[in-house]
Design a protein around this ligand. Structure first.
Ligand code: ADP
Ligand code: ASP
Ligand code: MG
Length: 409
C-alpha cells in the first residue's frame, strides 16, 4: 500500500464535470489500495479574476494591502477543496477538506510569495489513517501571526511537493493539462516532444527560466527532500514525465529543453564614468529597493572612460527600478537611461552542455540566420540565455527547437 499525493491544476478542476473526473482519479488510486492526499488549485481563471478585483481597488503598495491580497486570492482554492470533497462523498469515498491554516501549513511573512516554514501533518495523517481521502487547498498557508499567505503564482505545485515530503509519500503526481514535461512549451511549438524523464537540475532551470509547468520552488523542494515527482495528464491515462537524478539518464543530448519568458524588462544606462565600484554603485540602490537583477552586460568605450551598463529586471519591478536609478543619478552621473518592456528571454538548457562544446555558437548562428538580434547574453554551466525583441519569441524558440533536433527522440 503506497501513500500518494495527487495535485490537480486549474484546468483540471475548471468546472463541475472536471471536478467529478478528478474525483474518479482519486477513487481509482484508492481502489488500487493506496492512501491518497489531494492538493487542488483554484478553478482555471479564478485566481486571475481575484487578483483583478484586488488591483482594481488597491495599488498594493503597503504590507497591509498585501495581507488582504492573500486573504482574497487564496479563496479560490478553498472553493475547489470543498467541491472535490463533496464530489468524493457523492461517489462513496470518505473525505474531508483542509484549508492551509487547518493543516496547519506554516509560512513566513512574505505575503504574495511566501515560503513554507513547515507542515504539521498530524491531522492529515489522522484522516488518512481513518480511511479518508484528504483534500487540501493548495497555494496557501498561515504566517506566524495567523494571517493567510499565498505561495506565489503556480504555488499549488509547491504545496503538493511539500505535503508529499511531510507525509513521506511514495510519489507526488502533478496532474495538469499537458501529459508531461516537453522539450519546450507544446502550445508554442507543435513538434515539441514529451520527455519520459528529466533531471531535477534541468527542470529547476527550465522552471526558473519561464516554463510554468512546475513552480520553481516545487522542484527545489523535491530535490531537497528526495520526493519522487511525476508530471502527468488529468485527461489521458498515459504515463507522464519523472524528475530523476542525472545518473538515471543514459544518453545526454546537447540540449534537453528550451524555455522562454516575457516577464523581464531591459534597462540601459549610457555614459557612466568608468571607475572601480561603478557596478556596485548601480546595483546597490536596486538591491536596497529589493529588486532582483538578472542578466547583465557592460560595454566600456575604447578609451575606457565611460561604460554602458545593460541589465534586466522583472517587468513588475521596472518602474521602481527606474525611480531608484533616477534618484541615484547625481552619484552615478550616467548620461541617459532607457528602458524597454518589449523583450523576451530565450534559454536553452541541458546537462549535456557539460560534455558538448559549441552550444553557444549553434544558438547564436541559428538566431543570426533568422536575423534576430541578441541584446544580452547570460550563461551558467547548463544553460545559455539570450535577450531578444519580444516579437521574435516564437520564431526564436521554433528555430532553436529545430536546430537542436529536439523533436527527435
Ligand atoms: P496547472 O494549472 O495544471 O498548474 P499550468 O498552466 O501552470 O497548469 O502549467 C501547464 C502549462 O505549462 C501547459 O499548459 C504548457 O502550456 C506550459 N508549459 C510551458 N513549458 C512547458 C514544457 N516544457 N512542458 C510542458 N508544459 C509546458
Ligand atoms: N491558483 C494559483 C495560481 O493560479 C496557484 C496554482 O494554480 O498553483 O497561481
Ligand atoms: Mg501551475
Amino acid at each position: 500500500m503506497a501513500l500518494i499525493v495527487q495535485k490537480f491544476g486549474g484546468t483540471s478542476v475548471g468546472d463541475i464535470e472536471r471536478i467529478k473526473n478528478v474525483a474518479c482519479k482519486v477513487k481509482k488510486e484508492r481502489d488500487a489500495g493506496n492512501r491518497v492526499a489531494v492538493v487542488v488549485s483554484a478553478m482555471a481563471g479564478v485566481t486571475n479574476q481575484l487578483v483583478g478585483y484586488v488591483e482594481a481597488l488597491s495599488p498594493l503598495n503597503s504590507d497591509e494591502a498585501w495581507r488582504e491580497y492573500d486573504q482574497v486570492v487564496s479563496s479560490g482554492e478553498q472553493v475547489t477543496s470543498g467541491l472535490l470533497a463533496l464530489a468524493l462523498h457523492e461517489m462513496g469515498v470518505p473525505s474531508r477538506s483542509f484549508a492551509g491554516g487547518q493543516i496547519p501549513l506554516k509560512t513566513n511573512h512574505v505575503h504574495g510569495k511566501a515560503r513554507i516554514a513547515g507542515i504539521d501533518a498530524t491531522e492529515i495523517k489522522k484522516a488518512l489513517d481513518g480511511g479518508m481521502a484528504a483534500v487540501v487547498a493548495g497555494f496557501q498557508g498561515t504566517t506566524p501571526d495567523g494571517r493567510i499567505a499565498t505561495l506565489g503564482r503556480g504555488g499549488s505545485d509547491t504545496s503538493a511537493v511539500a505535503l508529499a515530503a511531510a507525509l513521506k509519500a511514495d510519489r507526488c503526481d502533478i496532474y495538469t493539462d499537458v501529459d508531461g514535461v516537453y522539450t519546450t512549451d507544446p502550445r508554442l511549438v507543435e513538434g515539441a516532444r514529451k520527455l519520459d524523464k528529466i533531471t531535477c537540475e534541468e527542470m529547476l532551470e527550465l522552471a526558473s527560466l519561464g516554463a510554468k509547468v512546475l513552480q520553481t520552488r516545487s522542484v527545489e523542494m523535491a530535490m531537497n527532500h528526495g520526493v519522487v515527482v511525476q508530471v502527468r495528464s488529468s485527461f489521458a491515462d498515459t504515463p507522464g514525465t519523472y524528475l530523476v537524478n542525472e545518473e538515471d539518464i543514459v544518453e545526454q543530448k546537447k540540449i534537453t529543453g528550451i524555455a522562454y519568458s516575457r516577464d523581464e524588462a531591459r534597462v540601459t544606462l549610457t555614459g557612466v564614468p568608468d571607475k572601480p565600484g561603478v557596478a556596485a554603485a548601480i546595483f546597490g540602490p536596486l538591491a536596497d529597493a529589493n529588486i532582483n537583477v538578472d542578466m547583465i552586460v557592460q560595454n566600456v568605450d575604447e578609451i575606457g572612460r565611460v561604460t554602458d551598463m545593460t541589465f534586466t529586471v522583472n517587468k513588475t519591478d521596472l518602474e521602481r527600478a527606474v525611480a531608484a536609478l533616477q534618484k541615484a543619478r547625481p552619484v552615478l552621473q550616467y548620461k541617459e537611461m532607457n528602458a524597454d518592456k518589449n523583450v523576451a528571454k530565450i534559454s536553452v538548457v541541458g546537462v549535456g552542455m557539460r560534455s558538448h562544446a559549441g552550444v553557444a555558437l549553434d544558438m547564436f548562428k541559428t538566431l543570426a540566420e533568422k536575423n534576430i538580434n541578441i541584446l544580452v547574453i547570460s550563461t551558467s554551466e547548463i544553460k545559455i540565455s539570450v535577450l531578444i525583441a519580444e516579437e521574435y519569441t516564437e520564431l526564436a524558440v521554433r528555430a532553436l527547437h529545430a536546430a537542436f533536433e529536439l523533436e527527435k527522440a
